[in-house]
Design a protein around this ligand. Structure first.
Ligand code: FES
Length: 150
């Protein structure tokens, strides 16, 4: 009777230790396994009809797009030149204020801390640490489309 009781306790102890061992191995596996973060896909959203875009100069507009079924808006600038169209997000790379275009200076200027960007979106003065975000753009069937990773 005493032996069978000891055997039972021994087996129960082994079972508990085995359970902890499995949990330990699983936590190591999770730590070492490659991250399963999903890569966002590039999707194109209509911005404007091609005829609404000036041949030269800068036009401010808003991009409507969807992420996870939710409607979003983003202020963007289209810069048209003989080389083609470029679209920049209006979000300042410093602290996220929305920049404005100053035609007289041919610069994008941030109203918050005076950061300046040239027509190529390069940060040229003030605190912005990086250029304006350039968005992928293409024209299909007379519509300017802008790419967003969603
Ligand atoms: S947020 Fe634009 S310069 Fe600071």
């Amino acid at each position: 009777m005493e032996n069978s009781r000891r055997e039972f306790i021994k087996k129960a102890l082994y079972a508990v230790l085995a359970g902890f061992g499995i949990l330990f191995l699983l936590s190591i596996f999770r730590t070492l396994a490659p991250s399963r973060k999903e890569e966002k896909e590039l999707s194109f959203f209509p911005l404007l009809p091609e005829e609404a875009v000036p041949r030269r100069g800068v036009k401010k507009t808003e991009l409507d797009y969807r992420i996870g079924g939710k409607e979003r808006k983003m202020r963007v600038f289209i810069v048209a030149s003989p080389e083609g169209l470029t679209v920049f997000s209006a979000v300042c790379s410093h602290l996220g204020c929305l920049v404005n275009y100053h035609k007289d200076k041919r610069e994008f200027i941030c109203p918050c801390h005076g950061g300046k960007y040239d027509l190529n979106g390069r940060n040229i003065a003030g605190p912005p640490p990086a250029p304006l975000t350039k968005l992928p753009v293409k024209v299909e069937n007379g519509v300017v489309l802008v790419g967003m990773k969603v």
